[in-house]
Design a protein around this ligand. Structure first.
Ligand SMILES: C[S@@+](CC[C@H](N)C(=O)[O-])C[C@H]1O[C@@H](n2cnc3c(N)ncnc32)[C@H](O)[C@@H]1O
Length: 394
């Protein structure tokens, strides 16, 4: 990790041309305010100025600094510029000039929940992040998210094709039967990111004004870099980008004009904290919505959850000779026979390969299920917890 104190326009001159994989910046945003915040123990006050003699002065400040960002980026590199509504439209035009309109990739809307609004007008609950690449051959690691709770099994499994009018339809075989494809990886990440704002009690909060959540930076870093790559944040503030990069085994360079910000970044890098409650809240909402135990077991199996289905809880990422593998977890008060019946019914005529039933309890057990393989298609496997309980309570 490399840290520089000073104006990033000058400090970036120390960085070689085409040596950085990702520039991620959250500069002053023309809020016409001085941002001040105290640490939780009231011992330190952090501050930075964001007051300008008109918008032209702000544009003149940002343009040469963004040009320096472009110079240090590799041909495969990308820039993510964090903006507020105050000046995002100005910044986008500068980015078009510096990187070229053809290299505009996405306007990311970071959306979060807020509950109060002291001002007249609409409650502001998003910020914008512009994603540009240096060239067309930029590095990009496609990410997938979970299916929404209303997605049904057919949508997850069935292959799609274009009909003669170019309309997307389910792919069918010669006899007109819908073809079940391999398991899809999930929904490709969209440009609207639903991530919570850093709340006042978050463990990772260090008392720096406008500190960004680590989850946001981790997502950006994973999207366009690999382990060992270099990330630059020329307005690093409390160092969130650098801490996220360190956690993900990337090299990072941080610059800030404030010596206090650099000292704080240094301290955070020595003891990185990421609020775990914070992540679990989001995950809990999106993923563990149905049954915590089921979700936890699915995670250990490298399976994706199937929402909205009575018999199938998940589908393995690995397939069985080109066919999807369905998984059901036996519920607490459900016999293995009941679980089996629900799983087999849900799988009927869907073109699955093997089905896996995870045994979690001995409720009304049938001798039939004492062997692991019940038939060539249904496999019963004991959950780790079940095995441990069997050993400890004979
Ligand atoms: C919006 S804050 C960044 C907050 C950061 N993303 C975080 O999570 O803590 C903007 C930062 O830019 C710094 N800054 C302002 N002008 C600068 C300049 N010319 N060069 C480098 N840093 C500058 C400020 O000191 C402030 O820390």
């Amino acid at each position: 990790m490399t840290l520089y104190t000073g104006d990033c326009l000058h400090e970036m001159k120390k960085i070689a041309d085409a040596s950085v994989d990702l520039v991620c910046l959250d500069p002053p945003h023309w809020t016409q305010k001085t941002h001040t915040l105290k640490t939780r123990d009231n011992a330190t006050t952090y501050q930075f100025h964001d007051r300008w003699d008109g918008i032209a002065a702000y544009r003149d400040f940002m343009r040469p600094r963004l040009a320096e960002c472009a110079r240090v980026l590799k041909e495969t590199g990308s820039i993510f510029l964090h903006c507020y509504r105050t000046a995002s439209h100005h910044l986008r035009l500068i980015l078009d000039d510096v990187f070229g309109m053809a290299n505009f990739r996405s306007e990311i809307i970071w959306h979060y929940k807020r509950w109060s609004n002291a001002k007249k007008g609409l409650l502001n609950s998003h910020q914008t992040i512009y994603f540009y690449s240096k060239t067309a051959c930029y590095k990009f690691n496609t990410m997938f998210t979970e299916y929404s709770p209303t997605t049904n099994l057919e949508q997850i499994l069935q292959d799609r094709a274009r009909d003669e009018n170019g309309k997307s339809v389910y792919r069918k075989d010669a006899s007109g039967q819908v073809i079940s494809g391999r398991f899809k990886k999930g929904v490709p990440l969209t440009d609207v990111w639903e991530l919570p704002y850093l709340n006042p009690n978050a463990a990772e909060r260090v008392g720096y004004p406008t500190q960004k959540p680590m989850l946001l930076l981790e997502r950006i870093i994973k999207l366009v870099t690999d382990e060992g790559d270099t990330v630059l944040d020329p307005f690093c503030g409390s160092g969130t980008t650098l801490v996220a990069a360190k956690r993900l085994n990337r090299h990072a360079i941080g610059i800030d004009v404030s010596a206090e910000a650099i000292a704080l970044t240094q301290k955070r890098l020595e003891h990185p904290i990421r609020g775990s409650t914070y992540l679990s809240k989001t995950d809990a909402k999106n993923y563990h919505a149905r049954d915590r135990n089921v979700a936890a077991i699915l995670q250990t199996l490298d399976a994706r959850r199937v929402p909205n289905n009575k018999g199938i809880d998940g589908i393995l990422r690995k397939d069985d000779n080109g066919k999807a593998v369905a998984v059901r977890i036996q519920r607490e008060h459900e016999s293995l026979q009941e679980a089996r019946a629900l799983l087999l019914k849900a799988c009927q005529n869907k073109g699955f390969g093997r089905k896996i039933l995870i045994r979690t309890s001995r409720v009304a057990q049938n001798a039939l299920f004492d062997t692991q393989v019940v038939d060539d298609k249904l496999v019963v496997i004991d959950s780790c917890q079940f095995l441990i309980d069997s050993i400890l309570t004979p």
